[in-house]
Design a protein around this ligand. Structure first.
Ligand code: 1PX
Ligand code: ADP
Ligand code: CA
Length: 540
């Protein structure tokens, strides 16, 4: 570095130099206008030169090599004094919790092999705690001195993330004198960021906020200090806080899968498939009453085709709204009870509340593809009693992967309804073919599925409304032939359990409130795949 080309009038100096990358000579430029480091290969004899650029804010470390090998330590790269000081928002000290039993039990290995070397390269110091029991991380966070850390990292799945989040939310409310058991209490935002290194069974929070469950990608988001605000919902039973959740609160299908899978943890992530198959066959439905308060402030609907992406303007609007409200109320965020409650009674196979899309490798678009990470609302999905065949059609639509790249002339089979999506070849395009019909793959396009964007929710199971279990009915159901609706089982379970970020809740009667942007993650949301989204827009 060092050579200067004269700056054009009104522009800042562009530093240009030559660099040897392996055997190839490159021209390297530091462009202050674009805030990027660019390098271009010197033209090859047979033509063609490749150009690359990296934003300065995303450079992890700068290292120097000595030209005179005698002077250097066996030719090793030398670290500069402050290689991490590229932007102010980068963490320098992190507190790391590893669940050694999450997912395929690879948490410690993933951290040691893939993450720790990157943290060290970026000069991040860490205190690492390998958990010894469930709730170890949560309890530790309630008393540890957090002031010395710039963030907390959890290595594990959604359950582990949920635990760390409880520790931080609990700590923040305790320090501010807020009673978490009061469902109407204005909660105080947590300013310390959480980074998730995926090493669990579903990794839905990581996948939905980063776009992939890859430990290295997550580590890089932590290192460069990305910030992604996140909605959190609280679940109360009368005046007792049961839990907070970020991904899914599910009753019926997902509650039953979780309950069944609890004893199969030794199997690892496959436990969910096995319990899923079993739960699918049992085909239980549950009766109850739902009350919901629509998210009148929310822009958009659960059926939108425009999904929450990096820099989402809907989430930005929510942030502005929140800041105005905080200024008005002296820093507090008051619960918003405005609007008219809607009451729905019925028999449901599944009641799902998704705070975020709930995208994960099993369902790349998620249960609620249009849900936003930080808009202060959740998407409520009600799947009413229907045939097994229809429920299977609904489930299969979640496996849709239409966010993958498609090359010209390539198609991918849509086994859901027997149609194929094809990106037109150049010849076809020249003849005006824009692509085959976009298949009808929305999981919500069924008469037995309803969706709502909500800010509050209540549920009471029918058997509790009726004054609990009718003894005669329960006795009758001991004999399979009395069980008309469930020929394959010997009793109708009166109620299911709630699956709350992968943990079961003991109460079925609950009250849910969405807390806009209560947490912050080291992430930046899912980045746009411009090529693909352009194709989709063309075809739709
Ligand atoms: C026929 C195939 C149908 C596949 C349907 C896939 C839908 C997947 C939706 C997943 C939503 C996940 C929401 C996130 C929940 C997590 O927070 C939570 C905790 O995660 P952690 O273990 O990492 O701590 N994970 C879970 O609750 C697990 C959800 C289990 C989803 C597996 C569902 C498999 C269903 C298989 C049905 C088989 C039907 C076969 C019929 C012939
Ligand atoms: N050392 C430990 N022993 C047992 N359970 C633990 C330990 N550390 C964390 N847990 C609990 O394990 C549960 C599941 O962890 P998670 O990392 O989400 O794995 P998975 O994705 O496989 O469910 C969480 O609820 C967490 O509280
Ligand atoms: Ca949301």
């Amino acid at each position: 570095m060092g050579e200067r080309s004269p700056p054009p009038a009104g522009r800042r100096t562009r530093l240009v130099s030559s660099l040897v990358l392996g055997q190839r000579a490159c021209e390297v430029a530091l462009d202050p206008e674009r805030g990027a480091l660019e390098w271009t290969e010197q033209p090859q004899p047979r033509g063609g030169r490749e150009s690359c650029a990296v934003p300065i804010s995303e450079i992890i470390a700068v290292e120097e090599t000595e030209i005179d090998k005698k002077q250097c330590n066996s030719g090793k790269w030398q670290k500069m004094a402050k290689p991490h000081a590229f932007t102010a928002s980068r963490p320098k000290h992190l507190l790391v919790y590893i669940n050694p039993y999450g997912g395929k039990k690879q948490g410690e290995k993933i951290y040691e092999q893939k993450v720790a070397p990157l943290f060290s390269l970026a000069s991040i110091s860490t205190d690492v705690i390998v958990t010894e029991r469930a709730n170890h991380a949560r309890d530790n966070l309630l008393e540890v001195n957090l002031e010395k850390y710039d963030g907390v990292v959890c290595v594990g799945g959604d359950g582990m993330f949920n635990e760390v989040m409880h520790g931080l939310i609990g700590r923040t409310q305790k320090d501010s004198g807020i009673d978490q058991n009061n469902p109407k209490a204005p909660l105080v935002q947590c300013n310390i960021r959480i980074g998730i290194i995926p090493a669990g069974s579903t990794d839905c929070v990581c996948y939905s906020t980063v776009g992939i469950n890859d430990p290295v990608t997550s580590a890089l988001h932590i290192i460069v200090g990305d910030t992604q605000p996140l909605d959190v919902s609280s679940v109360h039973h009368h005046d007792t806080l049961l839990k907070y959740f970020v991904s899914l609160l599910g009753y019926g299908f997902y509650g039953d899968i979780l309950k069944d899978s609890e004893g199969k943890r030794w199997m690892g992530p496959v436990r969910y498939d096995l319990s899923g198959f079993k739960t699918f066959l049992s085909h239980h439905y549950y009766e109850g009453t739902i009350s919901l308060l629509p998210a009148s402030h929310a822009v958009g609907s659960p059926r939108d085709k425009k999904h929450c992406r990096s820099g989402c303007h809907i989430c930005k609007q929510s942030k502005q709204r929140l800041e105005i409200e905080q200024k008005k109320n002296g820093g507090e965020i008051k619960g918003d009870d405005e609007g008219e409650w809607k009451v729905i009674r019925g028999k449901f196979l599944a009641i799902n509340i998704a705070n975020i899309s709930c995208a994960c490798p099993r369902s790349p678009k998620g249960l609620a593809p249009a849900a936003h990470l930080a808009d202060g609302s959740s998407d409520l999905i009600l799947v009413r009693k229907c045939s097994r065949f229809n429920f299977l059609r609904y489930l299969i639509r979640h496996t849709n992967r239409d966010d993958q790249k498609l090359a010209r002339g390539e198609s991918w089979p849509d086994f859901h309804c027997g149609m194929k999506l094809t990106f037109p070849s150049k010849n076809q395009a020249a003849k005006g073919v824009t692509g085959h019909t976009w298949p009808c793959t929305a999981a919500f396009d069924f008469s037995f599925v309803e969706v709502y964007r909500i800010k509050k929710f209540q549920f009471t199971s029918k058997h509790l409304e009726d004054g609990d279990c009718d003894a005669k009915k329960m006795q009758k159901n001991r004999f399979g032939h009395f069980c008309r609706d469930h020929p394959a089982c010997c009793c109708i379970p009166p109620s299911s359990t709630w699956n709350c970020d992968g943990e079961t809740l003991d109460c079925s009667t609950i009250e849910v409130t969405v807390h806009c942007q209560l947490m912050k993650l080291f992430a930046r949301g899912i980045e746009r795949n411009s090529t693909l989204e352009a194709v989709q827009r063309q075809l739709c």
